[in-house]
Ligand binder design. Sequence first.
Ligand code: NDP
Ligand code: GDR
Length: 356
Amino acid sequence: MSQKRALITGVTGQDGAYLSELLLKKGYEVHGLKRRASSFNSSRIDHLYQDPHEQDVKFKLHYGDMTDSTNLIRLIQEVQPDEIYNLAAQSHVQVSFETPEYTANADGIGTLRLLEAIRILGMEKTARFYQASTSELYGLVQAVPQKEDTPFYPRSPYAAAKLYAYWITVNYREAYGMHASNGILFNHESPLRGETFVTRKITRAAAAYHLGLQDKLYLGNLDAKRDWGHARDYVEGMWRIVQHDVGDDFVLATGETHTVRSFVDAAFKAVGVDMKWSGTGVDEKGINAATGKVIVEVDPRYFRPTEVDLLIGDPSKARDALGWEATTTLSDMVAEMVQSDLDVVKSESDRKDRHG
Ligand code: NDP
Ligand code: GDR
């Protein structure tokens, strides 16, 4: 069979990096859409970079933006992808309350722009489409565990934008017979996770605390419960969704849920600190059991106007139809993230010392 060509939007993000690696390993030619920035924004994929002047380049980057339809049309025409993975998004829930219109444009209408580009170019039957849908669609709890037919109730501008993207993907599948699928992915993390998402914020803080470089961590809602898996497992699920004989919608999750507080416990335990807790709500404090020093304080600045309290997914459809399962345990993932952050924080601190 001839070599497959994939286009990944959001290639510079956490999932874009893991998916690029996976598809290159599978022998794909991978094209990524990246935004122009005033400084380098490709650190997660630098190890995959190939000089475009070389022969037989398998990984190619193109400038673009989800808010620019003509750019997307031209890009798809040029690349002629067999598979399109739409991972690009303003993906931070709290930031979406500050930038609701931009989030709707990039995450909601951006998805429509890609689907329309496929249709305008007459590629409905040749290009398969994957939409990065999210457990945030479930929002206010209707039933648990959440699965494909659980009603949605978005609780943020981000989730509302992703709701539009979800349904427009379903609509293009039904209206035009496209192989278009939604992966409804529950939270997935890794050492490449953005530093302002709660898991990475915690693992970085645990590493910095251990190295004597930070003594306080300010967090928001410690009671929120999330179903956290590893991004490496989830990009394999994305690929399997696209290989399925028909376009369809699938939940990818671990089936377990944990509070933010227990993630803090696990991360600090990984650097040898036992955490005990006192107080409740904004007075709650995480205390180093050995020294009595307060490490974690609640800062209401991180509370969201509307919160998603509980996510726990039922991945049985993906298991039965795709043979997919999350394989990394939470404790292995925490250990990997903390270990990686010990290296990252140390090298940032060494660099600072060198440059004064
Ligand atoms: P990241 O925030 O790490 O990456 C998002 C990517 O989208 C980055 O490459 C970013 O570019 C790019 N991007 C943002 N806005 C635009 C735009 N206007 N035009 C072009 N590119 C843009 O997210 P993740 O990798 O964690 O997530 C991937 C996708 O999956 C997202 O759509 C997210 O909403 C969704 N999702 C994520 C889950 C998770 O737990 N990680 C769970 C469920 C869904 P830049 O690097 O320049 O900022
Ligand atoms: P989430 O991830 O909103 O679930 O969206 P995030 O890690 O930002 O928050 C998880 C939970 O932790 C609580 N929390 C804090 N969150 C952040 N960021 N910072 C804090 O200091 C803090 N303290 C407590 C939050 O209130 C929340 O309940 C992620 C994103 O990747 C989305 O793009 C994706 O769609 C969903 O996961 C599934």
